[in-house]
Design a protein around this ligand. Structure first.
Ligand code: KIV
Ligand code: ZN
Length: 570
């Protein structure tokens, strides 16, 4: 935009509106004596993953049999005990997959497979064929009950819809009785699809009617799954709908209340959480919330939210990088860098003040013991396969803390504060010039060229140090000055003093060592010493130099030469 255009736009901010009148507000139900807001989640629900059905159904490229199997194995590894494996009556791939895991005996005894089926006799028959020989099966029957779908899709009244559901339940009972006789334990799950868009009294009526046909017992409960097929309201309204439903359902003790939220308003996890507070027992969802449109409830986020509150999530999510990799491979959908608990950047701080607070928090936790209290980090990244090192990354927004953190944690180099103050703006300039993040190796290279392999005329070639009878040491060193090689000699109370004396004579200028530290960089036969040293000249200008060598004296001499080259350069 040129300056003229800018002036033309001055004081003319856009004054447009969206066609919001087209939409109507979702009507909440009246539940003034609601009790769910006072509840706290203290235990994990029964989890059911629908990755292999709702998740798979929503992919641009549905999973191949190999990918389905890979995902199945991952779900088992994560500890899921109820897994919806497909919609076998609607998909030959799903049918074959169900047969394969049954015939190859790949379903652990404590795992129940779930199959989805619409309320139609031909589909129910086919679905039952798919699970012959399985030990435990949840038969998931559904039909839409919403006011809108009854009106515009099915053109049926309430009674007709109830008849459709109960007739289908009779058929499921008839077919599954044969499976039960052959040794399969069957649980019925009934979903009034689009529950949230159904009148609450009707939702209760149809579920109760299905229960009357199925005849659940306290030991063999029916699962009533109450889906937010399309998320239509704030999650508190869903919680009200659930509390109302649970209060009014006859024979509540013979039903497991299950939730199946979608994420159209971005609150699928919140709705499931508030739903648990409202009395639900079971949660359906998918890894990272994959599923139709905006997806389903994200089970990883929900389980990790519990974990971060000190509640055992009853899922094993310690290898998040693997969960991400398998999920991305099978769904071909990348996990966002900001995906809670799993994205590449979710434990990373670029800002200097955040980096500083994290470092202080980590030191505090380290001193204090096990309880996690670190600013900006809701959980310890190590608990999900991350590392403390990854929490700090450096760009132009970062400060001294970030630079110090990288040098310490990646290279074992701890800088004295004045050197850090000198080096940090150099890193900032480099990152501004680069326009992005400076990776640890780039920061290290900058440090090396600035303080270790400093460009300049002086280079140490060789040296010898001798102890004399007068308690002084003599250093004789060959150094390169520009293109010439020369020998310098000096005496001092130790090798460093002696070398400084030799260089002072050559440069014909007094130099004083004002800061000095030397320590091992690593252990064992590969051990290297690092010497960080500062010299001042006649005018009290201070120059840091750093030397690294397996030999401590060589490291020290190199640091002196580096400091002198920096003086020369300035
Ligand atoms: O979202 C939904 O309503 C469903 C049903 C089939 C349970 O996926
Ligand atoms: Zn769904």
């Amino acid at each position: 935009m040129n300056a003229d255009n800018m002036n033309a736009d001055k004081n003319t901010s856009p004054n447009k509106t969206m066609p919001f009148e087209k939409y109507k507000q979702f009507k909440p139900i009246a539940l003034p004596d609601r009790t769910w807001p006072d509840q706290v989640i203290t235990q994990a629900p029964r989890w059911c993953t629908v990755d292999l059905r709702d998740g798979n159904q929503a992919l641009i490229e549905p999973m191949t049999p190999d990918e389905k199997f890979k995902m199945w194995n991952l779900l088992l590894e994560l500890g899921f005990k109820e897994i919806e494996v497909g919609f076998p009556a609607a998909s030959q791939t799903d049918f074959d997959f169900v047969r394969m895991i049954i015939e190859k005996d790949l379903i652990p005894d404590d795992v129940t497979i779930q199959i989805l089926c619409q309320a139609r006799e031909d589909l129910i028959t086919r679905s039952c064929e798919s699970v012959v020989g399985a030990k435990h099966v949840i038969f998931h029957l559904y039909n839409s009950t919403s006011t809108l779908q009854r009106k515009v899709v099915f053109k049926m009244d309430r009674e007709e819809i109830i008849k459709l559901a109960t007739d289908a339940t009779v058929i499921v009972k008839k077919h599954t009785d044969q499976l039960v006789a052959q040794g399969t334990a069957i649980t019925l799950e009934y979903s009034p699809e689009s529950y949230t868009a159904t009148e609450m009294d009707f939702a209760v009526e149809i579920c109760a009617a299905v229960m009357d046909v199925w005849q659940p017992t306290i030991d063999n409960k029916v699962i009533l799954n109450l889906p937010a097929t399309v998320e239509m309201s704030t999650p508190n309204i869903y919680a009200d709908q659930l509390e109302w439903f649970i209060r009014h359902l006859p024979q509540r003790d013979k039903a497991v209340i299950s939730l199946h939220t979608h994420n159209d308003r971005g609150t699928g996890v919140a709705a499931s959480e508030l739903g648990l507070m409202a009395g639900a027992d079971r949660i359906e969802g998918t890894l990272f919330g994959n599923g139709e449109r905006t997806g389903n409830c994200d089970l990883i986020t929900m389980a990790m939210n519990m974990f971060s509150q000190g509640v055992d999530p009853k899922l094993y999510l310690s290898d998040m990088p693997k969960i991400v990799a398998v999920s991305e491979e099978c769904t071909k959908i990348p996990i966002h860098v900001r995906q809670p608990y799993a994205g590449e950047l979710v434990f990373t701080a670029f800002s200097g003040s955040h980096q500083d607070a994290i470092k202080k928090g980590m030191d505090f936790v380290g001193d204090k013991g096990a309880e996690w209290e670190v600013p900006y980090l809701p959980i310890d990244p190590a608990d999900v396969g991350g590392s403390y090192r990854e929490t700090v990354r450096v760009n132009s927004q970062s400060g001294k803390g970030g630079v110090a953190f990288i040098l310490e944690n990646y290279y074992g180099v701890s800088l004295p504060r004045p050197l850090l103050v000198e080096f940090s703006p150099i890193v900032q300039r480099a990152s501004e010039a680069d326009g992005g993040e400076l990776k640890p190796d780039a920061i290290w290279k900058t440090f090396v060229s600035e303080f270790i392999e400093v460009e300049g005329p002086y280079k140490l070639i060789d040296y010898k140090v001798r102890s004399g009878s007068n308690e002084l040491e003599t250093c004789k060193a060959s150094i390169k000055v520009g293109e010439n090689e020369m020998v310098v000699e000096g005496q001092g109370s130790g090798p460093i003093d002696a070398f400084i004396a030799a260089m002072v004579e050559t440069l014909n200028e007094p130099l004083n060592v004002v800061d000095y530290q030397e320590y091992a960089l690593n252990e064992g036969s590969e051990a290297q010493a690092i010497c960080i040293l500062a010299l001042t000249d006649e005018e009290q200008n201070k120059y840091y130099g750093v030397g690294i060598s397996p030999n401590t004296t060589t490291a020290a001499f190199n640091s002196i030469v580096a400091a002198i080259n920096r003086k020369w350069r300035d």
